[in-house]
Design a protein around this ligand. Structure first.
Ligand code: MN
Length: 253
């Protein structure tokens, strides 16, 4: 990345990132269209960049506290990005690929870096979207064509919420709950273990993520301790339905 070492970049505050230190890099913003294989995930010089939060660290409080957001974004997410980039250093032929391309075909990755890219690339991809799936200005309800598709598929929005919440609560160990658009063009609720993503070739149920909820303990344990269900309940009003809608429209083409 021109002018900035990765190390320096990762230690810059997000405020600095937000005011144009990024050069030609495209920061992820809630208003932007879906991340896709055209490279909407921030990458420069073959190095994946962490996306700044599109709101202040304390903006989601009290539902998600400031300390959790700092740890989650600045430590966990930054570590996934760093370890992904470290893995690519030992397989430089992969540096030209987008994150979507890397994750969609993990089977073809060299064995020496396959696990590192699956875990850390997945963590990088999932979290880059996760920040955009939340907003302090949540409307509480889906909009546009996505709202109609949710009603059509699940009966109504409350039924969808109940089903999604149950899937998220029932995940054993660490993982994610998802609303995806599957290969047949249908909405589906699914889950993945660890940092797997529905765009991965190894995913049990594949599709394009429209909405995702991180239920790793690092996402909620400081405030909610062992009561994951309370975290899930508190998360719904934060959902950025504009992001989900945009992803749906893009996935539908
Ligand atoms: Mn997380």
């Amino acid at each position: 990345m021109s002018g900035y070492s990765r190390r320096r970049f990762l230690t810059l505050g997000t405020a600095a990132l937000a005011v144009g230190a990024l050069g030609n890099m495209r920061p992820l913003r809630a208003a932007e269209p879906a991340a896709d294989s055209s490279g909407a995930m921030p990458k420069s010089g073959g190095v994946f960049q962490i996306a700044p939060l599109p709101y202040a660290y304390d903006a989601l409080a009290p539902s998600i506290d400031e300390e959790t957001m700092h740890l989650h974004h600045d430590k966990h997410y930054a570590a996934y990005a760093k370890k992904l980039n470290d893995a690519l250093e030992s397989a430089p032929e992969l540096k030209s690929k987008s994150i979507e391309e890397l994750l969609a075909d993990t089977a073809s990755l060299p064995k020496a870096v396959r696990k590192a890219i699956r875990n850390n690339g997945g963590g990088y991809y999932n979290h880059s979207l996760f920040w955009r799936w939340m907003t302090p200005n949540g409307t509480g309800k889906p909009e546009g064509k996505l709202a109609s598709a949710i009603d059509e598929t699940f009966g109504n929005f409350d039924a969808f919420k109940t089903a999604f919440s149950k899937e998220a609560a029932d995940i054993f160990g660490s993982g994610w709950a998802w609303l995806i658009l599957d290969g047949a063009g249908k909405l589906e609720i699914t889950t993945t273990p660890n940092q797997d993503s529905p765009i991965m070739d190894v995913a049990e149920t594949k599709g394009k993520p429209l909405l995702g909820l991180d239920v790793w303990e690092h996402a909620y344990y400081l405030k909610y301790k062992n009561v994951r269900a309370d975290y899930i309940k508190a998360w719904w009003p934060l959902v950025n339905w504009k992001t989900a809608s945009d992803l749906y429209d893009t996935a539908r083409g």
